[in-house]
Design a protein around this ligand. Structure first.
Ligand code: NAD
Length: 448
């Protein structure tokens, strides 16, 4: 689906109208291209004191070859146009330290390059060592979410909370938030805990791993299959028998295997486990992407319509996860990713069934993350906002236009944006990332 309005705003007439009438001006967002650097411009780094996290961040910036300068007081009239501003706030121990945010960002934020990145790193508030520290750390959320709404021209602002002694786990998450892979992830908070230190090739982080992707024939699922394969995984693509042809096309391009089944069928979990064991010796990554909408207001909701949505979107992921974990088909150290939705967070008119199912996916993550940690299996979810797919193409024009524009980036996301977020979750180097729900919504203005 093309965004015709966005295309129009790039024409001379469009540019004039946007400027004179103050219309939305959605900058086309660059996406990551294989072989390109994590970040293609200078980085300005600031911090509250010297911390272990700060050292780890600077080591990473050197590792990815970023030209970076440090400026605790910002760079007021510098000629550089930073591509990213990275601020280590883990050293904030009381609210007095919050002044550093204004001192660092205020002079430099205007200089941020188009599609720039702002990443603030904090200490997980609940794991603070004093109430004063917890208050200051929690305050970072308000700062980042507001700055996300202020920065323009495709820039994003995100907050990463890191647990004490988990600073060595920062790499995969910072790579994601600094690069164009996170183009449509804005105003989000990610949490990193302690996990085993995994060092892998960041260009092929999933080499040697097997990933199951449900609903892989088209849309977001096809993008997930392609992206996980790009990162080195062997992909098992699942979809309904009616979609055999498109599924075959996706899988033949990436060299995985296909499995035609309805995820709601009684033996779906058993068939998936048998296929994974026989063809691949087990599984490392499971992505529950298959999903449907059957929108009706509750007064008109038939039982079969309600059940169909709950069955595909929630009960199937729950049942399949249980079986794959209990049978050991999903190996220790594996990663499960659920696909929730903004509707599951904010609710939506006509979507009581869908929103129930998608909020349930968040429940699945929260319920299982602590239990699965015993086997070092991680579970996270993405919550897409408006993504350009066949599903959203069916939405009536005016509602579709509103959905597209009502976010900080003033445009819909692409399936690749959801896929890149899932690839970050699936990366074994994200060993400390579990129990997270990250919205891929361009910082949608719709909230809970
Ligand atoms: P889509 O309709 O384009 O693709 C969904 C795929 O899942 C299809 O190939 C379909 O055949 C498959 N599928 C459906 N039911 C199945 C079943 N019972 N068994 C096996 N496969 C089945 O949808 P999409 O837009 O790519 O959405 C993918 C996921 O993202 C869904 O879970 C959806 O709820 C979620 N999501 C999408 C958006 C969006 O804006 N497109 C927003 C939020 C969440």
């Amino acid at each position: 689906m093309t965004d015709r309005y966005q295309t129009f705003t790039r024409t001379p007439l469009g540019k004039t109208l946007v400027k004179n009438l103050g219309l939305p001006d959605p900058l086309p967002l660059p996406r990551w291209i294989e072989g390109s650097p994590v970040i293609d411009g200078p980085v300005v780094f600031g911090a509250i004191g010297e911390t272990d996290a700060g050292k780890a961040i600077q080591a990473l910036l050197r590792d990815i070859g970023a030209a970076f300068s440090t400026a605790n007081e910002g760079v007021a009239s510098s000629e550089i146009r930073p591509k990213a501003l990275v601020f280590d706030a883990t050293g904030a121990t009381s609210t007095a330290d919050l002044s550093s945010l204004q001192r660092f960002f205020s002079p430099v934020v205007r200089q941020l390059a188009p599609a720039g990145r702002v990443v603030v790193i904090g200490r997980t508030p609940e794991l603070s060592s004093s109430p004063e520290q917890q208050i200051a750390q929690r305050a970072l959320e308000g700062f980042t979410r507001s700055l996300g709404k202020e920065v323009k021209r495709g820039a994003t602002v995100n907050l990463v909370y890191v647990a004490p002694d988990a600073h060595e786990q920062l790499d995969s998450t910072l790579r994601f938030f600094l690069s164009p892979k996170s183009a449509y992830v804005d105003g989000q908070v990610a949490k990193i805990g302690i996990g085993p230190l995994v060092s892998n090739d960041p260009n092929r982080p999933l080499a040697g791993r097997t990933a199951l992707v449900t609903g892989a024939a088209r849309g977001i699922g096809a993008a997930i299959a392609n992206t996980l394969a790009r990162d080195g995984a062997t992909v098992i693509g699942v979809d309904v028998p009616q979609n055999a042809d498109p599924l075959r096309k996706v899988i033949s391009r990436i060299g995985g295997t296909e499995l035609l089944l309805d995820v709601t069928s009684v033996d779906a979990a058993q068939r998936i486990a048998a296929h994974a064991q026989e063809q691949h010796g087990g599984l490392d990554i499971v992505v529950h992407n298959a999903g449907i909408t059957r929108d009706r207001r509750l007064v008109n909701m038939r039982t079969d319509v309600w059940d169909a949505v709950l069955d595909v979107n929630l009960r199937a992921p729950e049942r399949i996860t249980k079986h794959l974990v209990e049978t050991g088909t999903l190996r220790d150290g594996g990663s499960i990713v659920g696909v929730s939705s903004m509707a599951g967070i904010a609710g939506n008119n006509g979507q009581t069934n869908y929103a129930t199912s998608k909020a349930g996916v968040i429940g699945l993550v929260q319920a299982l993350a602590p239990k699965l940690a015993e086997r070092q299996i991680r579970i996270n979810a993405v919550a897409p906002g408006f993504i350009e797919t066949e599903m959203t193409a069916k939405i009536p024009f005016t509602i579709r236009e509103v959905g597209r524009r009502l976010n900080s980036l003033q445009q819909g996301g692409l399936p690749i944006d959801v896929a890149e977020t899932i690839a970050w979750f699936a990366d074994p180097a994200s060993a400390g990332v579990t129990g997270n729900v990250v919205r891929v919504c361009g910082q949608s203005l719709l909230g809970a």
